[in-house]
Design a protein around this ligand. Sequence first.
Ligand code: KIV
Length: 268
Amino acid sequence: MSTYLGTGSTGPERTGLTGDAIRVRKGGARLVMLTAYDYPTARALDECGLDILLVGDSLGEVELGYDTTRAVSLEMMAHHVRAVRNGATRTHVCGDLTAGTYRTPEEAVGSARVLVAAGADSVKLEGGLIPQVAAIIADGIPVIGHVGLLPQTAVVYRREGTTPDEADRIAAEARALDAAGCCAIVIEAVPAELATRITAEVGAPTIGIAAGQECDGQVLVVTDLIGQLPNTPRFVKPKADVFGVVVGAAREFADEVRGAARVERQAM
Ligand code: KIV
């Protein structure tokens, strides 16, 4: 296994972007972010010159098979951050603070430290919890904000910001996250016009998902991008069919094994 030595905390120096370097990308080259949850995927993505790998709590749904991101504990997140860090030295790794682990500024700092100790370069949290964001940044840890659809608290997954009041509320939340010093802000599942408006109103780069093409960057769940599960959200066009490749390889192996067994029995 020596060719697969992980990078770990004692491995090669990390050369990914810092939080400051992400923030100054506003209006410059678009930021490219993909989720990653495991070591082999992180190794492959680390070859690609991406800007950010997000160990998103979507891992609960697409990697662990639960029906909610709320099933992911901080310990589970740290475990996956470690695996991604072991595979990625050249890319900034952001870990999602998981549901119920940042209820107060003190708790938020403690949880962020756990993910940084596991190898994260920054953390992401959902919503306009400004005291929590300010406390984590004051502790020296970069924070990525997240507005629009917030899966940790959403009752149903739906497009947000479709009424003028909702749009104003989400835009105000993004402005407050920006003022608190977030190095980037994810905008999820809002109308393109609202994402465009927020992008113009904040100094931090925005990173959109299902929010049009006018953000400062884009993020996708890697599982959707590579077709690793048969059900892909409508807004994603998978660029590969990994599910089909796995099924094909396993069936070919099964056929070979069963064919060989039959030949051996016949030869006896
Ligand atoms: O958990 C996640 O994958 C995310 C992205 C959708 C931004 O938060």
